[in-house]
Design a protein around this ligand. Sequence first.
Ligand code: DMJ
Length: 674
Amino acid sequence: MYSGAAVAAATPPRRDFISVTLGPEEAVGTGGYNNSKAWRRRSCWRKWKQLSRLQRSVILFLFAFLAVCGLISYTSMGEAWKSLTNKSLDDEKTEQGIPGLKLANPAVLPAPQKEDASRGGYPELSLQKEPKPPHVRRGPSNLQIKAPRRDTRLKTRHSTVRAVEELVQADKEEKTEKSIISWRGAVIEPDESTEPPSSKIKEPEKPSSLEAEEQKEPVPINERQRAVIEAFRHAWKGYKDFAWGHDELKPLSKSYSEWFGLGLTLIDALDTMWILGLKEEFEEARKWVANDLVFDKNVDVNLFESTIRILGGLLSTYHLSGDSLFLEKAKDIGNRLMPAFKTPSKIPYSDVNIGRGTAHPPRWTSDSTVAEVTSIQLEFRELSRLTGDEKFQKAVDEVMKHVHTLSGKNDGLVPMFINTNSGQFTHLGVYTLGARADSYYEYLLKQWIQGGKKENELLEDYMRAMEGVKKHLLQRSAPKKLTFVGELAHGHFSAKMDHLVCFLPGTLALGAHNGLAADHMKLAEALIETCYQMYAQVETGLSPEIVHFSLHAQKGHKDVEIKPADRHNLLRPETVESLFYMYRFTGDKKYQDWGWEILQNFNKYTRVPTGGYTSINNVQNPSNPEPRDKMESFFLGETLKYMFLLFSDDIDLINLDKYVFNTEAHPLPIWVPA
Ligand code: DMJ
């Protein structure tokens, strides 16, 4: 066994190899162990001196060689070392809960590149919405408040501190962009897509919010629209002065009439004020709703009328304003109306006591009107969607499903009554598109549109019914060959047409706009001409409640004949409503001109100087139209609203691909907008 120490001790050292000789005390420390620095220095130096020159040269050479290698590797590892140091710093910071700092550190990746990469590479980031341009709220143009325009993404963040500040700021700004303060002070959530109600109770839906899409310059109000605003203000003055908080104004006697005692005119007019941009009036009315509208009252209300005017009015005002007060009130009245559906057949009773929670049919019958039980669906369905409570929709859908299966229809045309016990149609054999049946047809189409055009039974019933109209009820008058919709009673055609039927051209046009048969549009054009003639051929230029058309030309006879019992005008909206749809879909200015004539005639014959407008008894007597002393709530809720919309050239002022009007002209959102 070779040992260098033994060799060194036996013979004088040969200097041609390197060896280190350790003394025994140094090697194992058998004596006292001395580890002082001075002793170690001295000892090393002695050892060095004991080495041969060759040994020293080799050692020095080795040291020099190692030093050179070290220098070279130091320069090449420097960068890696540096970035490694940065990385660990970043990790440390991120762990400390400041996410996003890596994005902002240009030493690793410049921020903009990284953002791009994230958009392309990470689905959760690419899902983020692009920052939106400011939204402009409908309402008075001078009162619209614009959200600030920001593009936080394009900012480069140079220092970490600034990056954090900017991220916090950007977050705040993004939130600001999402919420817009309306002129009423309500917070509007723009671009809330509307979804059909789910079968489970869920979080309440947010308002659809009117006109929350891309920024647009507000379309200025024109002369005719200004005239409508003036008319509205005049009507409102009468209501405010003499009927505030009551159902209807009696403008001549400067008092009011009560129907349900729920401020019907005020509620019906809320969304009209919003659309016309009447801020002060709206604010004042809102205060009344907040402080004085109480549904806990021992009062019988008509289910249909209170649904279309009150529930519909509150829901649409909620959507337009974003003010949850209106949704709360809508929920309240909606719940109070529900007892109407507790019938043996689930076909609702006509009347409900909203304070007691009881319901009943009219005193003389257990029938309900078909139009009434089938024209409450848009509102209750929307209430379900907003509240997440399916009971509202379930109740009204059941009615539609039931009516869909019923016998007693004539090519899709329905009788006017339905029994709440048996669930069967009664008084069979009489078919009309006027009173008691009208809005059944309107709501078939509109529910189909509201629900995103998926509910085929509704469409089926609507299309079949329109075929029934063509087959049984369409005729042409003499001498002008006006196309009109008459009635059928036990196989006998009657050339009678209610003014109410003038909703039909608008509904047909809406259907055609939504992709239904093109001949519906042709029919709509023909029918709106007839409705206009119902005004134009009358001495005051205002339509009576009902006309009879001449079927045979007779000397000195016009197409339109009016019976003494039918010559009243209640300030109804249907013709103006259809003119609005026709103008929207065709752009033909003649529809605006016809509406303008009608407005002027309302001003001429129904305007009461001290405030308000009145129904009249005789449209055939311009010198004495016999004012009736009543302003119906639908004059503000519907007639003037449709006038204002008709005169507008802004298709986004209640866009018909996003909203569907209930039968009282209250726009409700389409659940899956086109
Ligand atoms: C309104 O209450 C509604 O339009 C309803 O559908 C029919 N009657 C009046 C207007 O005429």
